[in-house]
Design a protein around this ligand. Structure first.
Ligand SMILES: *Cc1c(COP(=O)(O)O)cnc(C)c1O
Length: 412
């Protein structure tokens, strides 16, 4: 018996989960002494590897000095230094860092900043444009800007209306045309998107040129661009930010998951000076009234700072390129395999779709696949019929062979 209510878990049908007692690098160790390869980076948060040495050391060091400190009316070095480092590494023009504690809160903050911006500018724009099949979190606001479906149907009465663009297929012309028309209405406050890869939407990938095209339309019609880099940030797509592939900067950028290397929770919403200036006033009503209890937790900030230093001091770009090539080589083995189609890759993320009559999360194939992978020593969690490997950056060739070998041996 357990008192735990697990996330995204149907307790009536799912088996008792393995109990993890230790994590190390790319592996999780279970209470019965088995080692599981973490093929999904523990839901996309672990970047360098579990318990990365410098990050763990920074946390130990930080706990010797501070625990939580209120961040309104007070400040501290870990929060200040991390903000400065983030501004230095982020796409150009993002000059202010607002802390919270999860991807969802980072997105909520972004939406509030965008609406606040237009209100303080004296402009009534308040509509949000979104891309079909997107995912931005599980709070009411982030569900509102994400795809609607079985996961959130019960909460529909609480969600606000948004304007949906088709997912960009091919050269994305239909998406760009739809957005051009919406943006020209003068009612759009912001476009929120996951740059290049829709994660929870099934690892769907679109070209960097489409992202650049959407940015250009935002510029033409004065619509704010919010880049939700919660999953794509910190190298997942083969560059530090997915936005870097398109050479663009959003007006607001959300980061969380890999920010601390996946060791402790932290999130940041980065804003351009224009957004900050709209809130900067002697008129108190323009204050950005938002806070999380654990805003800028000094221990989490110290962990993130150590993570950021890894980017500044080690050859991360070379590592991403070799990992991307390692993934490409394994994905190529499935070309022509009649069981799989839509083979695709963006940097370190590789995915393909299992041929099944009726896909979707409710099908029984998902649980069977997960059980098969676990039996083979690998943690993978297909999204519907999409199988993907999104590993920590420390994986070896042997690790990837283990993961993709488990995929190859699955009998549909
Ligand atoms: C995971 C995710 C979120 C939500 O992050 P949480 O930390 O789970 O709240 C938001 N946006 C994207 C793109 C994500 O992948």
């Amino acid at each position: 018996m357990s008192a735990v209510w697990h996330p995204f878990t149907q307790h009536a049908t799912e088996p008792v989960p393995p109990r993890i007692v230790e994590t190390d690098g790319a592996y999780l160790e279970t209470s019965d002494g088995r080692r599981l390869l973490d093929g999904i980076s523990s839901w996309w948060v672990v970047t360098h590897g579990h318990r990365q040495a410098e990050i763990v050391e920074a946390i130990k060091d930080a706990t010797g000095r501070m625990d939580q400190v209120i961040f309104a009316g007070l400040t501290h070095a870990p929060g200040e230094e991390l903000a400065e480092a983030l501004v230095g590494m982020a796409p150009k023009g993002l000059t202010r860092v607002f802390y919270s504690d999860s991807g969802s809160t980072a997105v909520e903050v972004a939406l509030k900043m965008a609406l606040g911006y237009w209100r303080h500018e004296g402009d009534g724009r308040h509509r949000i444009a979104v891309i079909e099949d997107s995912y931005h979190g599980d709070t009411i606001g982030t569900m509102s800007v994400g795809e609607r479906g079985v996961f959130n149907a019960a909460y529909d009465p609480l969600m606000f209306a948004v304007d949906k663009l088709p997912f960009p297929t091919g050269d994305g012309a239909a998406t760009l045309a739809a957005f051009e028309e919406l943006a020209a209405s003068g009612k759009m406050a912001a476009l929120i998107l996951e740059p290049l890869v829709l994660g929870a939407g099934g690892m769907r990938i679109y070209p960097a040129a489409v992202l650049a095209g959407l940015r250009a339309i935002c510029d033409r019609h004065d619509v704010l661009l919010i880049a939700d880099e919660v999953m794509t940030g910190w190298g997942r797509t083969g560059r530090l930010w997915a936005c870097d592939h398109a050479g663009i900067a959003p007006d607001i950028l959300c980061t969380s998951k890999g920010l601390t290397g996946g060791v402790v929770p932290l999130a940041a919403t980065l804003a351009s000076d224009r957004i900050f200036q709209a809130h900067y006033s002697t008129d108190r009503r323009r204050t950005f009234y938002h806070s999380s209890s654990y805003t800028a937790n000094p221990i989490a900030c110290a962990a993130a700072l150590a993570q950021v230093r890894l980017w500044q001091q080690s050859p991360m770009q070379a590592r991403l390129e070799s990992l991307s090539a390692m993934q490409a080589a394994r994905l190529a083995r499935f070309a022509g395999d009649p069981r799989f189609h839509n083979l695709r890759q963006c940097g370190t993320i590789a995915a393909m779709d299992l041929q099944v009559g009726d896909a979707g999360y409710l099908a029984e194939t998902g649980p069977r696949m997960r059980a098969h992978f676990l039996e083979n020593g690998v943690l993978l969690r297909p999204l519907g019929n999409t199988v993907y490997v999104l590993p920590p950056y420390c994986v070896t060739d042997e690790d990837l062979d283990l993961a993709w070998g488990a995929v190859a041996s699955f009998e549909a």
